[in-house]
Design a protein around this ligand. Structure first.
Ligand code: BGC
Length: 508
């Protein structure tokens, strides 16, 4: 019998069990959490470039935009406009720590339910907003939804998945993010021509997936791992039987109970996370999220319509180009699902660094040489920019996008997994916030130099990957310490035994 990694990280013989219809349903419903995250990422750029929206909430930006002589790079530079986009992420950052506690105390399903309430409330406030405060408040509440959703969904997916499909199902989260971004782009394309309330439709249509998530979250089950962790042993067993569609679950069930008992020995996962032996996965989880954001991806995802207008497209063409990059994003994520367990994580990350470095540098040079503060690129040059952006997005979508979430979910030992993952989620939100808040000002001050700034970061992350990121492909989660960290030329120095630390272990 082949050995595989279980959903909770144990190394045990492969278990019986099919992919039941019920599991598929649960996966799709929960992945709507990712879709809503993606929708929120994708919708704001289009909305903030719509004149009706600007006239209502940001008249100063609108006036500036109308001035033909206004500096290309600066026409959208307004800290309040950026605050509209970025407020969501700062709220999500705070929420993810609360969500991590809710997740372990009350379960993944409850966390998702709370998240979907936030989504519905946030959408209603935003779409009905009649002043800026209301719209920003709506966005903050949506941020709570994102914080709860992003903490619960990846854990939910990997705990529900049969072991052999864990990696692929984990990337479904990212796939749904990209689908959300794409749908938002398409909707913006159509609503931008609906006056004066197109922006309300764009923001309000998030209500559809939010309602699906809300209603759906009452039909999905709790994960067996979470039930067992919370001492609902019989229910855990019954759920496992249901989702695997077989009675032959004893081995998997026993290994879940054993892993949960071992994890229960650790009294304070956050304190354990501060110990030297937790440093390698912690540093890698945080650094990968920081790097993911410093690829500059969200400069494109949030502000693509703005950016494409900056290089000279009309607003419709700019929104259409955004749809094109959205399609590239979705299809390239599929490539990752197929290759990640074959080619390995490092190959994908390194290849993408080369691809992204070249494209960012060439875009920077093109703008530097041809886009003056007033005037625009020729149409051929503008098309070349769109093509380069597509090649760049392609590289991100099969590497730093999905792997930024996958690697932190597979490198922590069980006892620090939820806490460690919360650190990863909140670092992602922090740096997403920074980019969302700073990008338009950076574009205004650094002009084309912003692309060289991101290219320099890509160089740094390539070097980090080359020297400090170990390959985790095919390594059972429970063997990570022995087979990865203790063997690594650099990280092995942290692998000292701190397991018997009085602070961490409950005395038996
Ligand atoms: C990132 C988002 C990004 C998206 C693009 C995700 O993995 O966390 O910040 O916008 O990928 O597809």
């Amino acid at each position: 019998m082949p050995a595989v990694i279980t959903s909770h990280g144990g190394y045990v013989p492969e278990h019986d069990g099919k992919i039941t219809f019920y599991v598929i349903l649960c996966v799709i419903i929960s992945a709507f959490g990712g879709l809503l995250f993606g929708y929120d990422i994708g919708i704001s750029g289009g909305v903030t470039s719509m004149d009706d929206f600007l006239i209502k909430f940001f008249p100063a930006v609108y006036e500036k935009k109308k001035l033909v002589h206004e500096d290309n790079y600066c026409k959208y530079d307004n800290e309040y406009l950026q605050l509209f986009t970025s407020s969501l992420y700062i709220a999500a950052l705070v929420a993810s720590f609360v969500a991590s506690k809710v997740c372990s105390k009350f379960g993944r399903r409850t966390t998702l339910q709370i998240g979907s309430f936030f989504f519905v409330a946030g959408v209603a406030l935003q779409a009905g907003g009649f002043n800026l405060a209301m719209v920003v408040l709506g966005r903050i509440i949506l941020g709570f939804g994102v914080g709860f959703g992003n903490q619960a969904v990846p854990l939910f997916l990997s705990e529900l998945a049969p072991a052999r499909l864990r990696g692929a199902l984990n990337i479904c989260f990212q796939l749904f993010i990209t689908i959300g971004i794409l749908i938002a782009g398409i909707i913006n394309y159509f609503t931008s021509n609906i006056h004066p309330h197109g922006w309300r439709i764009s923001l309000g249509l998030a209500g559809v997936p939010a309602m699906i998530l809300l209603v759906g979250s009452f039909t999905i089950c709790e994960t067996p791992t979470s039930l067992i962790e919370r001492n609902q042993i019989d229910q855990g067993k019954a759920t496992l039987r249901r989702i695997r569609g077989t009675d032959n679950i004893d081995a998997e069930f026993d290994s879940m109970v054993a892993a949960s008992e071992a994890a229960r020995q650790v009294k304070n996962p956050f304190r354990k996370l501060m110990k030297p032996s937790s440093r390698p996965p912690l540093v890698i989880a945080i650094v990968l999220q920081v790097f993911q954001q410093f690829t500059g991806i969200n400069a494109i995802m949030f502000y693509a319509p703005v950016l494409f207008q900056t290089v000279g497209f009309g607003s419709n063409a700019a929104l259409l180009s955004t749809v094109i990059t959205g399609l590239v994003n979705v299809f390239s994520t599929l490539v990752s699902i197929y290759t990640v367990d074959k080619a390995g994580r490092r190959v994908l990350l390194l290849e993408a660094c080369v691809q992204m470095f070249i494209t960012q540098t060439v875009i920077g040079m093109l703008l530097l040489l041809h886009l003056k503060p007033a005037g625009s690129l020729s149409s051929t040059e503008a098309i070349v920019v769109v093509v380069l952006v597509c090649v760049y997005v392609m590289g991100f979508a099969w590497s730093w996008g999905p792997l930024g979430w996958l690697i932190p979910s597979e490198t922590f030992p069980l006892e620090t997994r939820t806490a460690g993952f919360a650190c990863a989620v909140s670092s992602n939100m922090l740096f997403t916030f920074i980019i969302a808040q700073a990008f338009l000002s950076m574009l205004c001050h650094m002009k084309a130099g912003i692309f060289f700034f991101f290219a320099a970061w890509i160089l740094v992350m390539g070097l980090f990957t080359l020297f400090l990121l170990p390959e985790t492909k095919g390594v059972p989660v429970d063997s990570m310490v022995e087979r990865v960290w203790k063997q690594h030329w650099f990280w092995k120095r942290y692998m000292i035994d701190d397991d018997n630390d009085d602070d961490n272990v409950i005395k038996g």
